[in-house]
Design a protein around this ligand. Structure first.
Ligand code: M6R
Length: 605
């Protein structure tokens, strides 16, 4: 989604701004731009192509300046054309970039038109630029503080004014914004990753904050207008994340990073303890009678998988809801339910809004399972479990998913232990299994050549069905999501027992049916479902545990997984599905890391 970078320095800041945009490219965008104050005038370059094109433009035009802002735009209001690309100008005086959506932009536009402002874009953003221009009385910081009071909706903004050559002012409400602290220079960005090349010291702004960055310091006021201190933290972890190394795409790199990511996420120590989730987790866990999991996309599927663990191992009732549905429906709150939000980014607008909605309904106990320690979700929940996947660049989530599963499994066993449902022997066995996971994953990754051979078949298809049962049904859902989002092949997942209730009508020789076949208690039932497919001529592509005795024969292709891995088997079984989607997308020549229409971090509704 949209990305912001801003900087004030005593050197030409354009290369820093463009490099920041390059680091934000992975989030998804359809236009980009940069503006600087150059000899007292705002000048800009904008592109509806890639950041590399913008870079070429700024070099060709020798765009340079010591104060500036830059943006990657993911279109919401108005098509991805140059006029709608940010920075947006107001009367060649104010330049502004914006993430989010201004809900009352129509009434503001009418009011500004009445004042004589002309609108040249279809964006909601243009109203903010004109509003600030119309309210400016010599102090940009003060003007922004006043102006944001009139905005309804979610935003992060960065703005410069021609009369204040060494100042960038920012504000946030519902969209992230971070200050990067340098030596005699300071920065703003929507994601600290954007500034990784310039500083490792960051202050994370709170909701409602307005900030002024200057050469020699940073000034922040909170939503009440009171001076605010935001802790400056050293975050050095972003360095290598944007380097591709020997891989063709970030998605492939991230799939192969999973053994390391899981090693980093598995708790140290010899026991499952409530402290892993926060200081007062033990008291919270003693006070709850159920779980309500809220998430979107892949994170929702990790929640669905966790439900099986939480109910079978910890015997705790668990409800899993799509965040964007939960936030708008009338639910019956149970104050004894622990609300668990799951998110790679910790900034997903729907999940954040669902969390706030749950809190407003009286849910006091909240936990985030999240990959970004500094994210809004981690800051807004009582408890947190951090996954240590490292920065995930590919839009298709892979290592974030498997590390979420590790975190949720640890949660299930911890709750089970606190409820006396897991004894010391079983606890040690679970811990041993977790510790062995990275090695087991390496043996699954070694299946890549066989999966590449299948992907060449899949690349010629336009539809695919995915089947799983029980604990592996969410894995089938995740496999179908991976395939559709990066290869653009229409894919649907079903619990295999549901096939005969409708989707079997789709099965012909042309329909590949991917089957997740672990050697669990449902295996014989699954084999019957596979026969239903074969009887209709459907072609089965089965990822079967070595001990299932499912063999390749006419119409049944089998890739053999390791021996059955018990409760943790979903973490192994999802990996070949990630690889199948990845190689199928490569064979079809899609933009794997930045699939069309999608963004990495979905910070708008
Ligand atoms: O950052 P989050 O985990 O909250 O993101 C949720 C979804 O947007 C995300 O999982 C999305 O479905 C991925 N593109 C799937 O690969």
């Amino acid at each position: 989604m949209c990305g912001i970078v801003g900087a004030v320095a005593q050197r030409n800041i354009v290369p820093v701004l463009v490099e920041g945009l390059r680091r934000l490219e992975y989030r998804g965008y359809d236009s980009c731009g940069v503006a600087v104050l150059s000899h007292g005038e705002p000048r800009r370059a904008r592109s509806v192509a890639r950041v590399s094109d913008l870079d070429a433009q700024v070099k060709e035009s020798s765009l340079a300046g010591m104060t500036g802002i830059a943006h990657t735009r993911w279109a919401t209001h108005g098509a991805p054309v140059t006029d709608n690309a940010h920075p947006i100008f107001s009367r060649d005086t104010v330049a502004l970039v914006h993430n989010g959506i201004i809900e009352n932009y129509e009434s503001l536009r009418t009011m500004l038109r009445d004042k004589g402002y002309e609108f040249v874009s279809q964006t909601d953003t243009e109203v903010i630029a004109h509003l600030i221009h119309s309210m400016y009385r010599g102090d940009l910081f003060q003007t922004v503080r006043e102006a944001v009071k009139l905005l309804h909706g979610a935003y992060a903004i960065a703005v410069i004014h021609k009369d204040q050559p060494h100042t960038v002012v920012g504000a946030r409400q519902g969209s992230p914004l971070v200050v990067g602290v340098g030596e005699g220079e300071n920065f703003l960005a929507s994601d600290a990753l954007a500034l990784a090349g310039s500083t490792d010291r960051f202050a994370f702004l709170e909701e409602g904050d307005v900030v002024e960055i200057a050469l020699d310091g940073v000034k922040i006021v909170d939503r009440q207008g009171l001076p605010a201190e935001r802790e400056v933290r050293v975050v050095a972890a972003y360095g290598g994340a944007v380097e591709l190394g020997p891989y063709r795409h970030f998605m492939q790199k991230e799939i192969f990073e999973q053994p390391r990511a899981i090693t980093d996420t598995i708790p140290q120590g010899d026991e499952f303890t409530a402290n892993l989730f926060g200081e007062n987790a033990k008291d919270v866990f003693a006070d709850i009678d159920s779980l309500l999991i809220l998430a979107c996309g892949t994170s929702y599927y990790s929640g669905l998988t966790a439900k099986y663990w939480l109910e079978s191992i910890a015997k705790i009732p668990t409800q899993v809801e799509i965040a964007s549905e939960y936030r708008y429906r009338e639910s019956v709150p149970n104050p004894k339910a622990l609300v668990v939000v799951i998110s790679q980014s910790g900034e997903t607008a729907d999940t954040l809004a669902a969390l706030k909605h749950a809190q407003s309904l009286g849910h006091a106990h909240t936990l985030a399972v999240c990959n970004v320690a500094t994210s809004a979700m981690v800051r807004q929940t009582e408890l947190a479990f951090l996954t240590h996947a490292g920065t995930e660049i590919g839009v298709a989530s892979t290592k974030a998913f498997t590390t979420q599963l590790v975190g949720l499994f640890v949660l299930a066993v911890t709750l089970a232990k606190l409820r006396g449902r897991v004894d010391a022997k079983q606890e040690a066995a679970y811990l041993g299994q977790l510790r062995h996971l990275p090695a087991a994953l390496n043996s699954v990754l070694a299946l890549e050549p066989q999966i590449i051979a299948w992907s060449e078949e899949f690349a010629r298809k336009e539809n695919a069905l995915f089947l799983g049962r029980g604990l592996h049904y969410p894995i089938a859902l995740e496999g179908a999501l991976k395939l559709k989002e990066i290869s653009y092949i229409h894919a649907e997942a079903y619990p295999a027992g549901e096939l005969k209730h409708g989707p079997l009508a789709l099965v012909t020789e042309a329909m590949p049916v991917v089957t997740v076949a672990p050697n669990d208690t449902l295996l014989e039932k699954l084999k019957s479902n596979m026969q239903e497919v074969r009887a209709r001529g459907g072609e089965l592509y089965v990822f079967a545990d070595a001990d299932t005795r499912i063999v390749s024969e006419d119409g049944i292709h089998v890739i053999r997984m390791p021996e059955h891995y018990g409760a943790l088997s979903p973490i192994l079984h999802v990996v070949p599905l990630q690889l199948l989607a990845y190689h199928t997308a490569c064979a079809r020549g899609t933009d794997v890391d930045k699939p069309r229409n999608l963004a990495k971090s979905v910070t708008v509704e």
